[in-house]
Design a protein around this ligand. Structure first.
Ligand code: ZN
Length: 239
């Protein structure tokens, strides 16, 4: 498989001793089953630098493109607004020069998502691996949040993450939504296949199939807009 992984040689200033160290910044990661880059993304080693002066461990956050070649699945991880806007511009209004690249992505039916941090990227990959639709998962999270908050009205949910866990001795993965309050995982809810199916039918079945869906950003805010839209359609008198 032809890969186009892009590495930028940069210098990173150590937050502890102030000295600079060389760092290989992966701006584009073309992962294949053979090259191990996916694992190095998942275990954070692609983003870890040990200062060559004081040996302290530095976590380097930067924007990059992750391309899972065999699946035609690209996730842009943009850690700042400018990088996110650049990707949106490239994909929605490409220049003449950029058009061939964008057209070939469409021709290959490439699925493209944009996320704002690595944790969200890893979550997207997990959802994909489990053969699930990330649009359904994001709507599903709102349902889980609603029922959690009915029991814990004083809590403020800071984050929700999809995860798949395989308990010892079991064959099947359990697909769960983890609920975080103050960045602590306080509860989890197992995804019920019937509810998943109902969410799909109620909210997503009218959209293009996942791969053809041109929604770059599928997150909590996106799901909320979908839910609000449906509620507004159901209650036209309230408008
Ligand atoms: Zn240092």
């Amino acid at each position: 498989m032809e890969t186009h992984t892009m590495i930028e040689k940069v210098k990173i200033k150590c937050p502890k001793c102030g000295e600079e160290s060389d760092f290989d910044m992966y701006k584009r990661i073309d992962a294949t089953p053979e090259n191990g880059l996916r694992n190095r993304l998942l275990d954070n080693s692609l983003f870890t630098l040990y200062c060559s002066h004081c040996s302290c461990k530095i976590n380097v956050e930067h924007s990059f493109l992750y391309n899972q070649l065999e699946d035609n699945y690209i996730v842009h991880c943009c850690v700042n607004d400018k990088d996110a806007q650049d990707v949106i511009n490239l994909l929605t209004k490409p220049t003449e020069e950029q058009k061939p690249v964008v057209n070939s992505l469409a021709k290959n039916n490439t699925m493209i998502r944009l996320v704002r941090n690595r944790q969200m990227l890893i979550e997207k990959l997990c959802i994909y691996d489990m053969g699930m639709d990330d649009r359904v998962i994001e709507v599903y999270k709102h349902i889980v949040a609603g029922s959690y908050l009915r029991d814990h009205p004083e809590d403020k949910i800071t984050k929700m993450l999809f995860d798949a866990v395989k308990p010892k001795g079991e064959e099947e993965y359990h697909k769960i939504i983890r609920i975080f309050v103050d960045d602590k995982n306080v509860a989890q809810s197992e995804i019920v296949p019937e509810t998943y199916k109902k969410v799909f039918e109620d909210y997503v079945s009218g959209m293009p199939v996942m791969r053809a869906d041109k929604n770059l950003i599928v997150n909590s805010a996106w799901a909320k807009s979908i839910i609000d839209l449906k509620n507004a359609a159901a209650n036209p008198a309230d408008a």
